[in-house]
Design a protein around this ligand. Structure first.
Ligand code: ARG
Length: 375
C-alpha cells in the first residue's frame, strides 16, 4: 500500500518557494487585518514542519483569491460569493465522500446554485495525499461496445472502466452517474454511489420542437470540478472540489456537440430536416443553435440556474474593468474565456487581456500529467 502512494506523490515545491508564497499570501491586502504576529507564527511553523495549519478564514479568503486568479474561468465576477465547507477533519474515504455529498447539497440549493469549495485534508508530512480520482463530483459513465460504438459519455470510458474494475456496476444507460472514487493514504481507491436525491438533473426539451424531448437528453445541474489542487500561501490542498454553475455552451456546444462526446448535431440536423449534403449549408451551425436554445430553455423551465454565453461574457468584461480599476492583474486565457459558439458576437472576443501564464497565487492548479490519468 505504501508503494502506489509514493508514486502519486507530486514534486512539491521546495521549502524556500513555499516560504515565499506564505510571505506573499500574508502580505495581500485581503489579509491586512490579521495581526503581524500571525504571519510570523505561520512562517515559523512552515520552516519547522514543512507546512502550517491555516485558519478557516485564511482558507476562505485564499480560495476566493484562487478563483479570482484563475485565468480560464469566465465566471470570476462572482468570486466574492464563494462559500467554504471545511472538511480538513476527514480521515477516511467515507468522510471525504460525505463531505462531497454535503457539498452537492449546499451547491445545488434546490436549483438556486451556490458557489462552494470543500477543502479536505492537506497531504501528510511524508507527502501521501487524499485525492478524489473523479474529475467532477457528478460524471456520466461511458461504455464501449464491441463494435466500437459508445453508450454514454465517451470522455469517461477510462473512468468507467476503472469503476467497473473496482466492482461498480452501472445500468448501461447513456446517463449513468458514476460513483465518486476516492483515494486516501491508507487505502486503495474506494467508490461511493452518489445519492440520487443529490443529483439535480434537467431533462431537455425545445421551446418550439416537440420532438426534441423524445431525444431523451438530460444533464446534471452542478459542475463540481474535483481534480484540481488548491494552492494557498505555500500549502497545497489536493482534495478541494469546487463548483460554480454552467454556461449553456459547456453543455450544448461541447458535451453534446463534440464529435468525441455525445455527438448530437447530426441527429438534431436530421430531425430538423436540414440539408446535410455539404458543410456549406451550415447544418451543424443551425443544429447547434437549436440545441443551445433547448439547453437554456430547459434549465430555465426546471428552475436550475444556468447562464447564457452572452450574459456571462458581459459579466466577465465588467469584471476585468473592475479589476483594472482596483489596480489588480487579471490573468486571462482568451481561448478559454470565449464561448465555443458565436464568440465574435460576445464582448470577450474583441479585446486582449493580461497574459494567462503569470501563474499568480493563490490558484487552482491542474494536476496534469503528473497526477490523475483519468481527467
Ligand atoms: N465544462 C465542464 C463540463 O461541461 C465544467 C467545467 C466547470 N464549469 C463551470 N461552469 N464552473 O462539465
Amino acid at each position: 500500500m505504501k508503494e502506489p502512494a509514493k508514486k502519486r506523490k507530486l514534486p512539491s515545491p521546495d521549502l524556500s518557494s513555499r516560504l515565499t508564497e506564505c510571505r506573499d499570501f500574508f502580505a495581500l491586502p485581503e489579509l491586512s487585518h490579521l495581526p503581524a504576529e500571525r504571519k510570523s507564527r505561520a512562517l515559523d511553523e512552515l520552516r519547522a514542519t514543512g507546512t502550517y495549519v491555516q485558519s478557516a478564514e485564511e482558507i476562505l479568503i485564499g480560495a476566493k483569491l484562487a478563483w479570482r486568479n484563475h485565468a480560464r474561468c469566465v465566471g470570476r465576477k462572482h468570486w466574492r460569493t464563494l462559500k467554504l465547507l471545511d472538511a480538513r477533519h476527514a480521515t477516511t474515504a467515507e468522510d471525504i465522500a460525505d463531505a462531497c455529498f454535503e457539498h452537492l447539497r449546499v451547491a445545488t440549493n434546490g436549483g438556486a446554485l451556490q458557489s462552494v469549495v470543500t477543502v479536505g485534508p492537506p497531504p501528510l508530512p511524508d507527502g501521501r495525499e487524499y485525492r478524489i480520482i473523479s474529475p467532477q463530483l457528478i460524471r456520466y459513465a461511458g461504455y464501449l461496445g464491441d463494435d466500437g460504438s459508445v453508450v454514454g459519455d465517451p470522455a469517461h470510458l477510462d473512468l468507467t472502466a476503472l469503476a467497473i474494475r473496482l466492482g461498480w456496476r452501472g445500468e448501461g444507460t447513456a446517463f449513468d452517474v458514476l460513483p465518486l472514487m476516492i483515494q486516501t493514504p491508507e487505502e486503495p481507491i474506494r467508490w461511493f454511489d452518489v445519492p440520487r436525491e443529490l443529483v439535480l438533473e434537467v431533462d431537455f426539451e425545445h421551446p418550439n420542437y416537440r420532438w426534441f424531448a423524445g431525444l431523451g437528453l438530460k444533464w446534471h445541474a452542478v459542475p463540481a470540478v474535483s481534480n484540481m489542487d488548491l494552492e494557498i500561501g505555500g500549502v497545497r490542498y489536493p482534495c478541494a472540489p469546487f463548483n460554480g454553475w454552467y454556461v449553456n455552451t459547456e453543455v450544448g456546444a461541447r458535451n453534446f456537440s463534440d464529435t468525441d462526446r455525445y455527438d448530437m448535431l447530426p441527429t438534431i440536423a436530421k430531425k430538423l430536416r436540414l440539408d446535410m449534403s455539404s458543410d456549406r449549408t451550415l447544418w451543424k451551425d443551425r443544429a447547434l443553435v437549436e440545441l443551445n436554445r433547448a439547453v437554456i430553455h430547459s434549465f430555465r423551465e426546471s428552475g436550475a440556474y444556468m447562464v447564457d454565453h452572452h450574459t456571462v461574457a458581459k459579466q466577465f468584461v465588467d469584471h476585468v474593468d473592475r479589476e483594472a480599476k482596483a489596480g489588480r492583474e487579471c490573468p486571462t486565457d482568451w481561448s478559454w474565456i470565449n464561448p465555443p459558439m458565436s464568440s465574435g458576437i460576445t464582448p470577450t472576443f474583441h479585446r486582449l487581456y493580461d497574459p494567462p501564464d503569470m501563474d499568480i497565487r493563490p490558484n487552482f492548479v491542474s494536476r496534469g500529467s503528473s497526477g490523475c490519468p483519468f481527467s
